[in-house]
Design a protein. Sequence first.
Length: 318
Amino acid sequence: MNQGTNIDLAVEELRKGNLVALPTETVYGLAANATDEQSVTKIFAAKRRPFFDPLIVHFKDVESILPFVESIPEVAYSLFAKFSPGPLTLLLQKNDRIPGIVTSGLSSVAVRIPNHPDFQRVLHHLDFPLAAPSANVFGYISPTEPAHVVKQFGDEVAYVLDGGRCEFGLESTIVDCTLEPVRILRKGAITAEMLAEVLDYTPEEAKVSSSQPTAPGNIDVHYAPKKPLYVVDAKDLIEPLPANSAVMTFGKTPKVPGVFYADLSPSAELFEAAAAFFRTLHQLDEMPSVRQIYTTWFPEQGLGKALNDKLRRAKSSI
Ligand code: TXA
Ligand code: MG
């Protein structure tokens, strides 16, 4: 697999129908031509992703979405106007220019306008949109830097475009705009409170389970390290922990000897913690001296809700 900063090479591989990992402001995406069934099939194969889990399609701007959907409702225009380009994905009714494989046969398509300059550059060179799920093997920790992609994929990925570390480090918020009132399908950097400023109401967060295949990022086991990850109460962290434990902390935490600590945000900033979250899990999963990882729940507000959601799916049961 090739890795570098060559935009032209990335564009060329995508035109050939190959897979290219691209940086976004949220996580790295594994991109392919969204209008070409064969290219899209390669994404599912490389990720070992079940075909019932639909993909997000990335566009350079709102105008370029129009030819691929039945319509863009007023509410979607308002949300795009406020938050795009940026970490927001909207569900709209698709038309037949989006192949069924992209949406797992659903009549809606998830669309997003990413805000990373390299991704934007690539899109500006192409005359088709890009389907791109997070560039991780299905169920594993999401990638927030090129090395995370490289360690998971072999030659199935033609090129990894290095755009540095992802700014947000958590996947986009997904909002279903095929319904009125709209609903949040996946919590992310754009919180319900932020959406409420545009909508004049606070959107409901859909409760979805793994038995519903349309559930975005909501399949039960997801984002998980290979090592056990336990979410415990803060008071349990001052008890002796088993040998070779690491603790992922948020804010000031009392420390005991013999434990490896990874501080997500010593000053307890959720934004900073989110940016470091997947990177830290990758790092701890790689460390030979660490056998199990402990952490605590984040405050259940704003970005903390999205982080807790990831923890709920990534954690092992005690
Ligand atoms: O931040 C992001 O959104 C990243 C970057 C690469 O853009 N992408 C991402 O894609 O997180 P992925 O495939 O890992 O997660 C997309 C989620 C899936 O869990 C899928 O179930 C949901 O979006 N989704 C896609 N299309 C959908 C649809 N038509 N209806 C319901 N859910 C959909
Ligand atoms: Mg994903």
